[in-house]
Design a binder for this molecule. Structure first.
Ligand SMILES: [Zn+2]
Length: 147
């Protein structure tokens, strides 16, 4: 299915999956590049309440700010908004009901699925795999983007 990208989406990083496989632990690779879903409740990021930034665990592009996170009760880190155009979407027909998959707009690493039952002001629920993110607390340096 066609990818939907925002007008200010970052330039794509093209990197063979074999290279990602070398860089990433197996569990992170399975989520990011094989669209695996982690077990609900398994991510320490569920309980992350500090101020900071959530970056793509593959290429380190910042995707969410802590103020965009909320407790959805699903067992996955959830956000009602992303940093503008940092994720791109695609329709996903793996289940019978179509869902909207989203991924890092830079490296293409799978993050999760977005639903329309989130809180205001957006009404969106970005249901994210914790393994696909890394948290950087405010005051710490963001990692340099992987190239
Ligand atoms: Zn990325």
């Amino acid at each position: 299915m066609a990818e939907k990208r925002g007008p200010n989406a970052p330039e794509k990083l093209v990197k063979p999956e074999a290279e990602w496989k070398k860089l990433l632990p197996d569990d992170r690779y399975a989520v990011l590049f094989e669209e695996a879903t982690e077990r609900p409740g398994s991510s320490a990021l569920n309980a992350e309440k500090r101020t900071g930034t959530f970056v793509c665990a593959a290429c380190f592009l910042p995707l969410f700010e802590s103020k965009m996170k909320y407790e959805s009760g699903t067992g996955w880190p959830s956000f009602f908004e992303t940093i503008s155009d940092r994720v791109a979407t695609r329709r996903d027909f793996r289940l019978i009901l179509p869902r909207t998959e989203y991924h890092c707009a830079r490296c293409g690493g799978h993050q999760g699925h977005v639903f329309d039952d989130g809180p205001q002001p957006t009404g969106k629920r970005f249901c994210n795999n914790g393994l696909a993110l890394e948290f950087v607390a405010a005051g710490e340096d963001l990692p340099a983007l992987r190239s």
